[in-house]
Design a protein around this ligand. Structure first.
Ligand code: ATP
Ligand code: LTN
Length: 332
């Protein structure tokens, strides 16, 4: 890695199951960035604690997500892949930033409003201050670019505001202003049953998503029961046939065929034919990934050692930023 490369950083909260949406919309693109940018990808396990987590499941899921990142092709040599809680600087910078954040700014966060409606019995302060921790994640690494989905844009805006507040108060150019990364990103994959909302890894209805580690039977069942419409012509039409359009999008990304080619392939055929072929394609695409994943999961020592190496490389950068921040705010 050379120093003049721009830094890209993104994180995934360790909740739910990684889905085909995460793969097509994020991880698959990250692979293409690894030579051009200095890339850091981390598992946000501290963020996961904002809702109740069973400790055993959280640990297992952290291994599982890490192994899935590797199995999906993220190279731990070319990228810095790490677990958030293993780099203690995240929580420390978050505190400094907390003391700079006006409550009014947090009150505006739509995700907090939504999540506090959903988890009425556990509206903890972490759920409220979550965007500050996210800002710390980004600022510790002097990230230039942050690929985030629509729902995280407001949090990134807060992060940018915090850089401004810090600069106004201490004025020493220590924190870099991050920009959202909008590359020629992959498609947005929609829910299988409700194609007007995105496929989400924390969806309560598991029929809405294909998980990277679903077994072939499950994948087949989920794709075959995906919502389509009552027409029969296989044609890409996002407005009138959103369910079919979603299946065609997945098909096109995984097969490399254009929509026109797919429409021609299925001329005169039923939706059912397309579903059978698509289920096959997804199963075959995920087969080698799942094989690699199970191998990785058999050797936790190896995963622990890769995590430790990732954390060490991340900490080298994070500690340098934190040191400067501590000094400039007056901590000895
Ligand atoms: P949750 O639903 O639990 O908030 P998520 O499925 O949205 O999670 P994130 O951890 O928020 O997943 O996102 C990880 C990355 O995957 C982000 O870059 C996000 O843009 C991308 N991503 C998530 N879902 C999709 C999707 N359905 N289509 C395309 N990209 C997606
Ligand atoms: N909040 C994000 C995950 C996340 C993140 C980050 C993304 C935590 N810290 C820093 C980008 C940069 C989410 O829920 N998807």
């Amino acid at each position: 890695m050379t120093n003049n490369k721009k830094t890209i950083l993104s994180g995934s909260t360790v909740t739910g199951d990684l889905t085909l949406g995460n793969y097509i919309g994020a991880i698959n693109n990250w692979k293409q960035l690894q030579d051009q940018y200095e890339c850091l990808y981390f598992l946000a396990d501290l963020h996961a604690l904002t809702v109740h987590q069973d400790p055993k499941i959280l640990k297992e899921r952290t291994y599982s997500f890490f192994a899935q990142y590797l199995a999906l092709g993220l190279d731990p040599q070319k990228n810095i892949i790490f677990v958030q809680s293993q780099v203690h600087e995240h929580a420390e910078l978050a505190w400094i930033l907390t003391c700079l954040t006006p409550m009014g700014y947090l009150n505006r966060m739509t995700q907090f409003k939504e999540k506090s409606e959903k988890h009425v019995k556990n509206i903890n302060a972490g759920l409220y201050t979550y965007p500050i921790l996210m800002a710390a994640d980004i600022l510790l690494y002097q990230a230039d670019l942050v690929p985030v989905g629509e729902d995280q844009k407001q949090h990134l805006e807060l992060c940018r505001d915090l850089v401004g507040f810090f600069e106004n108060r201490y004025g020493n150019g220590i924190l870099k202003m991050p920009e959202p990364y909008i590359g020629k990103m992959g498609a947005r994959i929609m829910s299988l049953q409700e194609p007007d909302k995105k496929m989400s890894k924390s969806d309560e209805n598991e029929k809405n998503f294909v998980s990277i580690i679903d077994d072939p039977k499950k994948i087949e069942k989920k794709i075959k029961s995906a919502t389509t419409d009552s027409d029969t012509v296989v044609q890409y039409d996002l407005t009138n046939k959103p369910g079919l359009a979603n299946l065609l999008t997945i098909y096109s990304v995984l097969s490399g065929k254009t929509m026109k080619e797919l429409e021609a392939d299925y001329e005169g055929k039923m939706y059912g034919h397309l579903k059978v072929d698509l289920a096959d394609l997804v199963v075959e695409t995920l087969r080698p990934v799942q094989a690699k994943y199970s191998d990785l999961m058999k050797n936790k020592d190896h995963l622990n050692s890769l995590m430790a190496k990732g954390a060490e490389r991340a900490r080298a950068k994070a500690s340098s930023t934190l040191k400067k921040v501590y000094d400039s705010v007056g901590l000895l």
